[in-house]
Design a protein. Sequence first.
Length: 256
Amino acid sequence: MKASAQIIGLPIISIADGMQIGAVKSFVINPDKGSIDFLTVEQEDVQLSLKAIPFKKIVGIGEFAVTVASSHDVIDLAENPIANQLVNKQIRIKNTKAITRKGQLLGEVHEFFLNEETGDIIGIALRLESGEAVLPSAQVLTYGKDILIVSDDASGALLSDASMLIQKNEKETEASNIPEQIQAMSETAENVEALESLREKQVALLAGKRVTKDIYDLNGELLFPAGTTLREEDVRKAQEAGPSVIVDVSMNIEAE
C-alpha cells in the first residue's frame, strides 16, 4: 500500500536504458473502476502534449523510484482516446468533500491510498469534525470532480489508522479466494474432510460481515439486500446457491 504523496515526485527509471526519463507529476483516475490508470510524467524538456505511463506498464513502485521496462512505455495522452477521456473528466480525490448519498457531509479528503501492484484505490483519509479517520474504498459510490459520494452508513466503516486497510484487504482477499480453492478441490481431490473444512473456514470469515450490494441467486431472485449482516445460515445458503454467488458475496462485504 502506498499513500499518493509517497508517489508524486518520484523519479521514473527505465530499466532497459538505466536512466531517468522523468518524474511522477500526477494521477489519472478511472472513476468507474476506482483505480489509477495512468501516471503523468514531468520531463525536463518542454513538451507540447502530456506524457504518461499506463499503470499496467509499471514494473515497481519503490521508496526511491518508479521503474518501467523502457522509455517506450511513455505514451502521449492526446494519442490515446481512453486516457484522454479520463484526463478530460478531471477527477481528483484529494481536497474534495466526502458526502453521503443522502447529502450529509462526512469529511474532507486529504489523502488516498492505493495498491501499488494493481493501481486500485483502497482507501481515503478524511478530516472529520472529531479528528481524522480512514474510509475503505468499498464505501465510495462515486468519484467526482469536486465531490466523493459515499454510502449512507460510511461513518460506521471508518478506520482509525491506514494500516488497518491492509489487514481488511487481506481478510477480504482470503475470503474471495476460498471459492476457487473449493472448486479446485471438488474437481481434483477426494478428501471430503478437507473440502468441508474449507467451507467452514469460509463461513467463519463471512459470518458477521455486511454485504455492500444486493446479492442475487442464479435465477435472479434477491438473496440478501445491501446492508444485510450475514449469519452462518446465510453464508451456507450462498454456498448452496453456487460458486458465482458465494464469490459475489465474498467480493462485496465489509466488517460489521
